[in-house]
Design a protein around this ligand. Structure first.
Ligand code: PBG
Length: 324
């Protein structure tokens, strides 16, 4: 049989496959989310995230050193706030001696080259478990933005390299940039969670931080998963407002959005391979239904192929080991 083109020629051996591979994953692509707890020598496995832990600062530092030695350049910090410090204003979020602020300092002291990003949103600090301040049952935008500015400045003061607002309030990127400029933090970056959807896949994360909303849901600020053009608008607006990096979140059910945002903006784009996506792979692997290592590499490569310059993922450490 005569065939003009045989596509299998470029798939024939590992050598030719690696020569023509379009997408190459490296540890430089990864951002590692870390859950931090009060106390000492504490390491608690998160029930809905097998093999993933919430750690006290001392053990977090050990972990950060290991990550750095594996070639990983960035961590994204989340803290579990004590119940008695939670209120509706979220004011613990900008306590200069708060757990987040102490964590940033400790990590930057221990591994100064590690690029430290911090989550900016009120939910871990809110008695309502919402990302903003609640008034008459509503999450109010502008007072929340003022709180997020204070929170961002306090992270910058503690030494954060980049703040990552994940709250989805309107106008917060502009306000945070203005706040950082006014305070002289001209080197602090902003990674905006620009297209963040109201997703059922955040469940395990809310277990990790005890941050599930106490009433209602997050649909008045996080995006409706039916929508696509809105994601492009959010991404473009955040770039105009001063974001250095824009993010799409969740990851796997939103690869189409990731590609569209990547094509629409001229800054690096990140994606968050979130807790529920982690839990699904872990659960199926535990049942013996999929090969975990292969699933990790295939999943992470799909993000990069879809346009991600950076991938926040709970699989970063495993992937860095598999790649080395
Ligand atoms: C909170 C925040 C959430 C995540 C990151 N920041 C949860 C939420 O919006 O309820 C989710 C991360 C994950 O599921 O892995 N602002």
């Amino acid at each position: 049989m005569y065939q003009q083109r045989r596509n299998r020629i470029l798939r024939a051996t590992p050598a030719i496959r690696s020569m023509v591979a379009e997408t190459i994953l490296t540890p430089n692509d990864f951002i590692v989310p870390l859950f931090i707890d009060e106390g000492e020598n504490i390491e608690t496995e998160i029930a809905s995230m097998p093999d993933y832990y919430r750690r006290s600062i001392d053990l977090t530092i050990k972990e950060v050193k290991e990550l750095w030695n594996l070639g990983i350049k960035s961590v994204l910090l989340f803290i579990k706030c004590k119940d008695e410090l939670k209120d509706n204003t979220g004011k613990e979020a900008w306590n200069k001696d708060g757990l987040m602020q102490r964590s940033i300092k400790a990590i930057k002291d221990a591994v100064p080259e590690m690029y430290v990003m911090t989550d900016v949103a009120l939910d871990p600090y809110s008695s309502y478990g919402h990302d903003g301040i609640v008034e008459n049952g509503e999450i109010v935008n502008d007072p929340t933005v003022e709180a997020l500015v204070k929170m961002s400045i306090s992270h910058a003061k503690a030494g954060a390299d980049m703040v990552a607002p994940s709250d989805m309030m309107d106008g917060r990127i502009f306000a945070i940039r203005e706040g950082l400029e006014k305070e002289g933090y001209t080197k602090t970056g902003i990674m905006a969670y620009s297209a963040k959807y109201a997703s059922c896949f955040y469940g395990p994360f809310r277990d990790a931080l005890d941050s599930a909303p106490g009433f209602g849901d997050k649909k008045t600020y996080q995006m409706d998963y039916a929508n696509r053009t809105e994601a492009i608008r959010e991404g473009q607006m955040d770039v105009e407002e001063g974001a250095d990096i824009v993010m799409v979140k969740p990851g796997l059910p939103y690869l189409d959005i990731l590609r569209e945002v990547k094509n629409a903006v001229n800054v690096p784009v990140s994606v968050y391979n979130i807790s529920g996506e982690y839990a699904m792979i872990k659960a199926a692997a535990k049942m013996g239904w999929i090969n975990e290592e292969k699933a990790i590499l295939e999943t992470l490569t799909s993000f990069k192929r879809a346009g991600a310059d950076l991938i926040a993922t709970y699989f970063a450490k495993d992937a860095a080991r598999l790649l080395s």
